[in-house]
Design a protein around this ligand. Structure first.
Ligand SMILES: Cc1ncc(COP(=O)(O)O)c(C=O)c1O
Length: 400
């Protein structure tokens, strides 16, 4: 599936011509394309939205309302879960362990009021702490167990350092421990295969690296599927039940969804389609979100220096974490300067007669960084601005 008509520089420049720069935008036609594509790629699984890659209540709602298979949100902080619950969102899985007492107690209150908010654990100490506050607050708390899905191949560690619960045996022991505690219940399992979902295998000009990654991924996918199947079997054998088994991310839908034991997948980045997600072989997201920076200097012919722009992505540093000039086509960053905090020079060769005051449209690299920099997203549809929505920053929220 391809996202059809490609936007031109003039389309966006004309539609947004009255806005002061910098501004961020969301192309709703492209967002809807991505939503449909994600639903198609996720088979019949429920889809949980990774809010870290969205960071706007309005966009979360927009997606949730479009299909009943969008079944809940994976939050990235307990405080965020509280804020979303207060705004009426429900079925919130906190994707990462929480230690802060105040946050745990705040969530206890919301659960008492009937909200579904699930804590993530990967350590007996997490379990004990949640069970302790649950007892104090006299409420039963739902818990999800995070199981490590990394692969060790030829002495190479292919994955992330998160959960210490690695083997099926360790996961079963943890599940039994959770069940043995009063005031908590096992609501779900999560096994996130970051090395499949978050690693591109179709990066331009990197044929050898792509080949190696494709091979590692293939081996890792097999191992993960066997591990999740064995775990589900072992738990069933012990009569241990849970509501969901969550896995995957934008970059792994094609493989995660083939596993029968997985009943929900998580997707975040695929909705905005940031630049890093251009380098996957199996799918193509539409570039739905981006931002415009203003040309304020002309240091030499063919170089257009803009104000702002350096909103880099998180993770191991590399040029892939830099934002990418998008429109006009033929724009690129200078290797010596990249995207700067206050100034970003853009090299441009093409037909547009760019001048001082003109926009250059950029795409952020990864996921959440765009909405941490702008209070609003200007919505674009059918050649014009059709609205303006708040980001978390616009709500006055800043969680991590
Ligand atoms: C636990 C977990 N699940 C799923 C995802 C997938 O998110 P995305 O679709 O934005 O890549 C992530 C991203 O880091 C994650 O941490």
């Amino acid at each position: 599936m391809s996202y059809g008509d490609k936007r031109t520089y003039r389309q966006y420049a004309n539609a947004f011509s009255q806005l002061p720069m910098p501004y961020a935008y969301l192309d709703l036609e492209y967002l809807r394309y991505n939503i449909t594509d994600i639903l198609n790629r996720s088979g019949q699984k429920q889809v949980r939205i990774a809010s870290k890659s969205i960071r706007s209540v309005s966009v979360l709602r927009y997606i949730l309302e479009r299909d009943c298979r969008f079944s809940g949100v994976m939050c990235y902080s307990a405080q965020e879960a509280v804020c979303l619950a207060e705004r009426g969102l429900d079925d919130l899985l906190i994707g990462y362990p929480v230690w802060n007492e105040e946050s745990i107690r705040a969530i206890c209150c919301l659960i008492k009021q009937g909200k579904t908010i699930v804590f993530m654990v990967d350590d007996v100490k997490h379990v004990d702490r949640i069970a302790y506050f649950a007892r104090e607050e006299q409420v039963v708390l739902p818990i999800c167990l995070d199981i490590d899905m990394s692969t060790q191949l030829y002495g190479l560690y292919f994955g992330v350092r998160r959960s210490p619960v690695r083997s099926v045996g360790e996961a079963v022991t943890m599940a039994e421990y959770i069940l043995s505690q009063p005031f908590i219940r096992l609501e779900g399992l999560m096994g996130y295969e970051a090395q499949i979902a978050g690693v591109g295998d179709h990066t331009p000009k990197q044929a050898l690296k792509n080949m190696i990654i494709t091979y590692l991924k293939r081996r890792s996918i097999e191992e993960i599927a066997n591990k999740r199947l064995e775990l589900a079997y072992e738990l069933k054998k012990r009569d241990i039940h849970f509501r969901f088994f969550n896995g995957g991310g934008t970059g792994s839908l094609h493989s995660t969804c083939k596993e029968d034991v997985i009943n929900e997948v998580t997707v975040g980045s695929g909705f905005y389609g940031p630049a890093l997600f251009d380098s996957y072989r199996d799918f193509q997201c539409a570039p739905a979100a981006g931002y415009a920076i203003e040309i304020v200097r002309l240091p030499k012919e063919g170089v257009f220096t803009c104000h702002g722009g350096g909103y880099t992505g998180s993770g191991a540093t590399g040029t892939d974490k830099l934002p990418q000039p998008y429109l006009p086509l033929g724009s690129r960053l200078l290797a010596q300067e990249g995207a700067g905090e206050v100034q970003t020079p853009i090299m441009y060769k093409g037909e547009e007669r760019l001048q001082l005051g003109d926009p250059v449209f950029m795409r952020h690299s990864k996921a959440g960084e765009l909405c941490e920099r702008f209070k609003t997203l200007h919505c674009y549809e059918y050649g014009q601005i059709t609205g303006q929505i708040k980001t978390y920053r616009g709500e006055g929220w800043c969680f991590v």
